[in-house]
Design a protein around this ligand. Sequence first.
Ligand SMILES: [Zn+2]
Length: 241
Amino acid sequence: MSLYRDLGVVLRTYKLGEADRIVVLLTAGHGKVRAVAKGVRRAKSRLGGRLEPLSHLQLLMYEGRELDIVSQAEVVEPWRALHEDLACLAGGMAMAEAAEQVAQEGEASGPLYRMLVGALRAMAHRPGPLVVAGFYWKLLCLDGAAPVLHQCASCGAGPPAARLVAFDIAEGGALCQGCRRGQPISPAALELLRMVVGGQLGRALELPASHTTNEVAALATISMERHLERRLRSLRTLERA
Ligand SMILES: [Zn+2]
């Protein structure tokens, strides 16, 4: 069995047998990895205490035939707020869940790993109203679903001739009056969304909570869910073929 080192974030864990745990990790170099952590549910396991969801770890792993094995894990950044503040924990888990669904096993995903680490760090240190939403929008862009925001995603008409009044990720983004479908979107939310996906996420994360941040956050959740549903459906179709 070969050994490897990698950095990773714990996305989820579940029980295996009497004392073991399966750990689902998003790693910097090996993509999504499902690994066994042996004996970690025993009271004295030091390794077990480190393999909590959302932990950011330096890992030493054995490559297995089916599942890899976690040999050692050291905490890279102790994100205390993520484990002590319920709202931060819930936000972090929501991001980890979306990352798990987008990441593929056996496929390196450095950008996704770096995005998740950045978002969890933001959640732990300065949890603004757009941390989860910002991550969702960036994840949609990374997964090939960057929204069209400057013209109608359906007919191509744009301001000033046509106002963009609705949003549907399944249609590709913003929609004009004639093509409206999905959710209504206010001009302010459209502007903020352009900021988030247009390279100014840092600035957007500094904004205090408002109607507009609420609207962009709600739209992010709806869009992420719709995107993942479509994605899961197409994966199932592929598996049947
Ligand atoms: Zn249109």
